[in-house]
Design a protein around this ligand. Structure first.
Ligand SMILES: [Zn+2]
Length: 335
C-alpha cells in the first residue's frame, strides 16, 4: 500500500497487515516482507502490481521484476479482476455513477507449472491475464450510464485534440468534451462512446484516443523533441503523519528523465530520476483540491509536485515516463 494511504491510520493498516511502499521505487525490503507473509506466516499475499489507477479504463504496464518475484516465491497465482469500478468512479471525476460491477476469480498459474516456466514466460501469462478495457466491457454488457456529468473531467486524460493536434486546450462539462483551440466538440453517449458534434468522429472509443496521444509522445521522444518544464509547488511526505509544504522548485522532464531542482530553507535541493529507473509514474487529478500532481519517490521520501503555470499536463508526463522507459530499455537490449 502506498504511503499516502497510511496517513492518519497507520496503526490500523499495519495491524491488518498492509505493507507500506513508496510507488515506483526498487525496494529490496518489500521482497523480504512478501517472503515473511508467504513463507513464515504461511498467509495469502494480495498484490496490486499495476500500482495505480487506470487512467482510460485499460491496463497499465507491469514491472519486469514481477515474473522473477513469482518464481522466487513459488506459490500459486490467483487473480481477482473486478470490472465496473473505473466506470463507476473514474480517477478524472470521482462522483459515483452507481453502475453494476462484476468480478472474475481464477487461478492463472498453478504452483506445479512454476518450476518449468521462465520468469519471462510468467510475465507473459501475467500480462495476458491483466489485459482489460472497461469501455469495451461496458458496451459488451450494455451498461448504460445516464449520469448527466459523465464526460466532466474527461479532458484530463483526453488532453490533445485529434482534429487540430493542439495539446492542453481541451475542456469538458456535462456529457461534452471540446477543444478551445479549434472549437471541435464531441458528446459522450450513455454507453461511453464519443461522437463528434460535426464532421468525422476520430475516436469513438476513448482508449483509442488515449493511445493516439501515446503514439504522438512516442514520436516526440524518438525525435528528441519531448520536453516538459515548469515551476512546481512541492509537498513532501517523509512519513505517514502528513504532507509538509517545502516551497517552489523547478521540474523538467525530457530524455534524461526527471530533474527537480530548487532550494528549500536556504539549502540546495536536487532530485534526479533517470528514465530506466521508472517504468511508470503516479499522477493525481485535483489532489485534495490542490490541483493535478505528479509524485516522485526516493526510498526515504515522496514528493508531490503541482505544476504552477501549465494545466492538464500530468497525463502527458505519465505517458512520456512509460515511453522513455520503453525506448531506453529497448536501446539497451539492442546495444
Ligand atoms: Zn482542436
Amino acid at each position: 500500500m502506498a504511503i499516502d494511504g497510511f496517513i492518519g491510520r497507520e496503526w490500523l493498516l499495519r495491524n491488518v497487515g498492509c505493507i507500506c511502499k513508496r510507488k515506483f521505487t526498487s525496494d529490496i525490503l518489500l521482497v523480504k516482507h512478501i517472503r515473511t507473509v508467504l513463507k513464515e506466516n504461511k498467509d495469502i499475499l494480495v498484490l496490486y502490481p499495476e500500482a495505480r489507477y487506470t487512467l482510460a479504463g485499460t491496463n497499465a504496464s507491469l514491472p519486469n521484476s514481477l515474473g522473477k518475484l513469482v518464481k522466487m516465491m513459488n506459490v500459486p497465482v490467483v487473480m481477482l479482476k473486478m470490472h465496473g469500478h473505473y466506470l463507476n468512479s473514474p480517477c478524472w471525476n470521482l462522483t459515483e455513477r452507481g453502475n453494476r460491477i462484476s468480478a472474475e476469480y481464477r487461478q492463472i498459474i498453478p504452483k506445479e507449472r512454476l518450476s518449468e516456466m521462465t520468469s519471462e514466460e510468467i510475465n507473459t501469462v501475467l500480462a495476458d491475464s491483466f489485459r482489460y478495457d472497461e469501455y469495451a466491457w461496458q458496451k459488451k454488457n450494455g451498461i448504460r450510464i445516464a449520469f448527466p456529468d459523465r464526460a466532466k473531467g474527461l479532458h484530463h486524460i483526453l488532453y490533445q485534440c485529434p482534429h487540430c493536434l493542439e495539446e492542453f486546450k481541451m475542456d469538458s462539462a456535462g456529457s461534452r468534451i471540446w477543444c478551445d483551440a479549434c472549437g471541435k466538440a464531441w458528446t459522450m453517449s450513455d454507453l461511453g462512446e464519443l461522437q463528434a458534434e460535426s464532421g468525422e468522429t476520430e475516436f469513438p472509443h476513448i482508449p483509442d484516443w488515449f493511445e493516439f496521444e501515446r503514439r504522438f509522445i512516442r514520436t516526440q521522444v524518438e525525435s528528441g523533441t519531448y520536453r516538459f518544464s515548469d515551476d512546481v509547488t512541492v509537498d513532501s511526505l517523509p512519513n505517514a503523519k502528513g504532507y509538509i509544504r517545502l516551497g517552489t522548485a523547478h521540474l523538467t522532464h525530457d530524455a534524461n528523465g526527471f530533474r527537480l531542482e530548487g532550494s528549500f530553507e536556504g539549502k540546495p535541493f536536487l532530485l534526479v530520476k533517470e528514465p530506466k529507473t521508472m517504468y511508470a509514474c503516479h499522477i493525481e487529478y485535483d489532489y485534495f483540491g490542490k490541483g493535478d500532481c505528479i509524485d516522485l519517490s526516493t526510498l526515504e521520501d515522496t514528493y508531490y509536485l503541482y505544476p504552477r503555470t501549465q494545466r492538464t499536463v500530468v497525463t502527458k508526463i505519465s505517458l512520456a515516463t512509460e515511453e522513455l522507459y520503453r525506448i531506453k530499455k529497448g536501446s539497451e537490449q539492442i546495444g
